[in-house]
Design a protein. Structure first.
Length: 475
């Protein structure tokens, strides 16, 4: 069995393209539950390989990859004391939560990075139900690639599971991408690889589901499940297939959508999707979670095995998730118009950009580790990209003038996708991260209803590090 796993691991590696604020300050009490960031080991590669040294989160027990699932109901508080047992300063970003600015964890904009041996107290309300995640947000390309990420599940205020047309149970599936050597250790000498940063980013050779290669999940014949899919990879776009399971999409980035068929679901880094599946009644029928690494050559990354007595299939249509009821609708009658222009990267480049207050040509920018820009500014942290008064609707034109895709994430807000490439978006999905293809145009709109300084960046984290980082202010 170990030999079969090793062969599958090497085959998979070939498919993925290569060889293997201030610390200690809070309004909260001294009795907060802990979230400890620490070095640990994880069995990411199949049995027969050694454990991989990782950085990971722990709560009550041992550290794990992904970090422990944090679960609460909408409207409840998240209270955690971050304890930094890493050799680097760190911070925790609560991705997708419309959060108080001081708790966003976006170091150094909203808090100082937490030094080794120090703590920081997070205490905030999670207002909206949905599928979210938490991850490191200092040296984030390295720290997330080492394993510092975990799921954050905010349950619906009103019951959904078990209702007519809903699922009977749910399963959280955290998808990640690891760049491993042949002895299953993380490749250590490419954290500053400008070649990777100017292309697709740090792409791995091993995909894990809930921290394991090729896990198996038991399902009962005929049952209806809700899958919470989270892409925590630093660069890999996950195109997911669920053949034979009648998948229907019910939420994107935590926000409900009108249920619709979803034979494939594409998740850029940081994006999430909630998908309802119906298991077949035939226990001999194979079922798997498939991934297209980019060439249409689908590979299994997890399997479903039929166990237990069959259940009577749900004949009704999928019941929609409860509405948030908390997100203001954009007023498009007279919005504030903004633009986000993406430039740079390999095979396209740019003439130059501002960096740290100086105009530089592309060669000089590259010598500083900068190869991307937003609106002619690389890593624009000196001044806000724009300012918006509280309650104002912002309509933003996004233009990708590069040869590479980008997953653009707005902190503290969800936005409505209005159009792509000049055509109205038929679904008007509400998201916190939008995947932009090469030379693609999109329009989004949101109400600037959350005061503070908020990051906007590419969640291909090597792109973020190499220039695709900015912020806006709501006041």
């Amino acid at each position: 069995m170990a030999q079969q796993s090793r062969r599958a691991f090497l085959k998979s590696a070939a498919a993925f393209g290569g060889a293997l604020a201030l610390p200690s300050h809070s309004r909260a009490s001294n009795s907060l539950p802990l979230l400890r960031a620490m070095p640990s080991l994880a069995q990411i590669a199949p049995p027969g390989y050694q454990e991989t040294p990782v950085w990971s989160y722990a709560t009550d027990g041992a550290a794990a990859v992904p970090g422990p699932e944090l679960r609460l109901k909408a409207g409840q508080r998240v209270t955690r004391r971050l304890v930094n047992d890493l050799p680097q300063a760190t911070a925790v970003h609560w991705h997708g939560i419309r959060i108080e600015n001081a708790m966003d964890g976006a170091a150094p904009l909203t808090q100082a990075p937490v030094p080794p041996g120090q703590t920081f107290d997070y205490d905030f309300v999670a207002p909206d139900p949905g599928t979210y995640w938490y991850h490191a947000h200092n040296h984030s390309m390295e720290q997330v690639a080492r394993g510092l990420a975990g799921p954050l599940i905010v349950e619906d205020r009103r019951p959904w599971l078990g209702e007519q047309g809903a699922a009977t149970r749910e399963l959280t599936l955290v998808l990640d991408d690891w760049l491993l050597t042949r002895d299953a250790t993380i490749v250590e000498d490419r954290w500053h690889d400008l070649h990777a940063a100017s292309h697709a980013g740090r792409l791995g050779n091993t995909v894990s589901v809930n921290g394991k290669a090729y896990p198996e999940y038991a399902i009962r014949p005929g049952e209806r499940l809700r899958l919470r899919l989270i892409n925590t990879a630093t660069a890999r776009i996950m195109r997911i297939g669920l053949p034979g399971l009648s998948p229907r999409l019910v939420a994107l980035d935590g926000h409900p959508v009108v249920p619709r068929s979803a034979e494939t679901v594409t998740l850029g880094p940081a994006q999430r999707a909630d998908v309802v599946i119906d298991a077949a009644l035939d226990p001999e029928r194979p079922a798997a979670l498939l991934l297209d690494p980019g060439r249409g050559d689908w590979v299994d990354i997890a399997s479903f095995s039929y166990r237990g007595d069959p259940v009577t299939p749900t004949a009704s249509d999928v019941m929609p998730l409860p509405s948030w009821g908390t997100l203001p609708a954009p007023d498009l009658s007279n919005p504030q118009q903004e633009r986000l222009l993406m430039e740079g990267g390999a095979m396209r480049g740019m003439d130059g950009a501002m960096y740290q207050g100086e105009q530089m040509d592309f060669r000089e920018l590259a010598s500083r580790g900068m190869v991307w820009a937003f609106n002619g500014v690389a890593h624009g942290m000196d001044e806000p990209m724009f300012r918006a008064p509280l309650g104002r609707t912002v309509r933003m034109q996004l233009s990708n003038r590069t040869a590479w895709p980008h997953a653009i994430h707005l902190h503290g807000h969800h936005f409505t996708v209005l159009s792509r490439n000049g055509s109205k978006d038929p679904h008007r999905d509400v998201r916190d991260t939008i995947l932009m293809g090469p030379d693609e145009e999109a329009e989004i709109a949101f109400v600037a209803d959350n005061p503070g300084r908020w990051m906007v960046h590419c969640h291909m984290l090597a792109h973020q590090k190499a220039g695709m980082m900015a912020w806006f202010e709501v006041s």
